[in-house]
Design a protein around this ligand. Structure first.
Ligand code: HEM
Length: 514
């Protein structure tokens, strides 16, 4: 009896103390759902909606454009308006990344990566180096990129045509892990070593794509649970996809190791100017022995893994979104094609054509708005305590963007659920700058996406050359049930695999390939 009384009394006291501290803390932190011991606000999230980003969006409509929420044991703030994203991502308070779980493991528990490295000495130095070397022999050098991009897009189109002409009714499968991703992965390899794989059946290339696919699929399984309780990976990693993630990271490293050893064997890096990113990195390893923790063989390996994970799924998902949206909105597709026909004609499209192609630019922006791709951007971490709207955001808090709200706010975006590129164009037929600026798929500020230029240039070239050559039509199978436009949750959002009928444009009887 006494024991029971003791248990009840202790539990009651603990609850009372928790309630007191919760009441006082909730007055100082940003508004948000109540935070319980151990589970934080998980119950409110789960019971709001089974899809995490929709649940967060719904809750943010109750608690406002900066909402504090505890996911398990992790303190988070979700920012849900363009202005608050600009403040949190664009400023100086949140320039670190949380980097837990698989990210730490992937970087051998050292501060050597770009994507989740913290502190200016780690990511700042690395970013500076990447920007410098990409500006001379990499995707930030337009002339350098132009050649590589032309080669890859030409091969891509050739492959698409082979696939279409060998498929019944020219119906081609567009799968998340299919040829679109293979091509973007190949493009990335080319930007790192200056040379692409000759064909899409290359075993090493396919091995890398399979490893990347496995990584992203496994991340979907336990992404919220593992974020909420990072230590769970040690106990139940098998069930939350953690072990699969580790296996896929090993696959990505294996491919990267081979690229590095090929460049080492060639030995170009030993003499004169480097001709590709890996050579530039190898040269730096040789010359900066004292900085070995940053410029080491391990660091090169994880940097390449960063590029492959950050750059392939995002880019290919975006193109898959674009084709699906154009296929299901044939009038928009026709408008896009007509712009290309009038302004470019049958000649090969060049990057320089983009400025003249206003409707095309509007389509690209609208696909980003509609599809999100990076629905939470990439997480950040507060490096100090700071004040926002009169409340305190504590050092170490994880910051995430809720792009669903940013891109769907009805007073900014009329009919946000409708795919309408025209929303970006004014009466004079010009792009509305203020609207275009609100599309921020690459983040903002000091840690803005390093591959922004590569992604924008390649996205433009792939999309326009495809539309110049083909009309995308819904195959018969969709007459009753159109393909789903629902966004599937993951590190990046995607759509379900779909098929498209590729009808060759009549004006393209002459070759338009490069
Ligand atoms: C459609 C394509 C892409 C999208 C939507 C995208 C989006 C993003 C976002 C939202 C971030 C976080 C930015 C922030 O915190 O403010 C990021 C970071 C990054 N992205 Fe991309 N990305 C894309 C393509 C690429 C490509 C092709 C690469 C090339 C390798 C790349 C490499 C990186 C790297 C290295 C970072 C980390 C930068 C840092 O932490 O300093 N991304 N990306």
């Amino acid at each position: 009896m006494f024991l029971m009384f003791l248990v009840f009394a202790t539990t009651g006291c603990a609850l009372y103390l928790w309630l007191l501290s919760e009441l006082s803390e909730s007055k100082t932190r940003l508004p948000g759902p109540m935070q319980f011991p151990l589970v934080g606000s998980m119950i409110q999230v789960i019971t709001t909606h089974p899809v995490g980003f929709i649940a967060i969006d719904k809750l943010s409509q109750i608690y406002g454009d900066a909402m504090s929420i505890k996911l398990g044991i992790v303190d988070c703030v979700f920012v849900s308006s363009y202005e608050s994203v600009k403040y949190f991502y664009g400023g100086e308070n949140c320039v670190d990344r949380p980097g837990t779980g698989i990210w730490l493991e992937r970087q051998f528990y050292k501060k050597i990566r770009v994507l989740s490295a913290n502190g200016p000495s780690a990511w700042g130095e690395m970013r500076k180096f990447i920007t410098q070397s990409w500006s001379s022999c990499g995707p930030m050098n337009r002339d350098w990129l132009r050649g590589i991009l032309k080669e890859e897009v030409t091969s891509f189109l050739k492959y698409v045509e082979e696939l279409a002409s060998s498929s019944p009714g020219r119906v081609v499968p567009f799968k998340a892990s299919g040829f679109v991703k293979v091509s973007f992965t190949n493009l990335l390899t080319a930007t790192l070593v200056g040379k692409r794989h000759e064909n899409y059946g290359d075993k090493k290339l396919l091995g890398l794509v399979a490893a990347l696919d496995k990584f992203f699929r496994a991340s979907r399984i336990g992404i919220s649970v593992m974020t909420a309780y990072p230590w769970l990976r040690f106990l139940f990693g098998r069930y939350f996809g953690y072990h699969t993630q580790l296996e896929s990271v090993a696959g990505i490293h294996k491919y990267s190791k081979e690229l590095i050893s090929q460049r080492r064997k060639l030995g170009v890096y030993k003499n004169g100017e480097p001709t590709c990113f890996i050579d530039a990195f190898l040269q730096r390893i040789e010359s900066e022995k004292e900085n070995a923790h940053l410029f080491s063989n391990e660091a090169l390996l994880v940097t390449l893994a960063d590029f492959y994970t950050a750059g392939t799924e995002t880019s290919s998902n975006w193109l898959l979104f674009a084709i699906l949206l154009l296929m299901t909105h044939p009038e928009k597709q026709e408008k896009l094609y007509q712009e290309l026909r009038v302004k470019v004609g049958n000649r090969p499209i060049e990057l320089e054509d983009r400025n003249e192609l206003i409707y095309t630019q509007a389509v690209i922006l609208e696909v980003f708005r509609w599809g999100k791709v990076t629905v939470n951007l990439e997480s950040r971490q507060a490096i100090r305590d700071f004040e926002y709207n009169g409340r305190i955001v504590k050092k170490g808090t994880t910051i995430l963007a809720n792009m669903c709200r940013v891109y769907n706010t009805p007073n900014v975006w009329k009919d946000p659920q409708v795919f309408r590129p025209e929303r970006f164009i004014n009466e004079d037929g010009q792009l509305i700058k203020e609207k275009a600026e609100r599309i921020i798929p690459f983040g903002l500020g000091k840690r803005i996406c390093l591959g922004e230029m590569l992604a924008k240039d390649s996205g433009f070239m792939y999309l326009t050359t495809l539309v110049q050559k083909y009309r995308f039509e819904l195959p018969h199978e969709y007459l009753r049930n159109p393909p789903s436009l629902e966004l599937i949750e993951g590190i990046t959002t995607c759509v379900a695999d779909y098929n498209a009928k590729l009808v060759k444009r009549e004006t393209n009887t002459q070759t338009i390939c490069y």
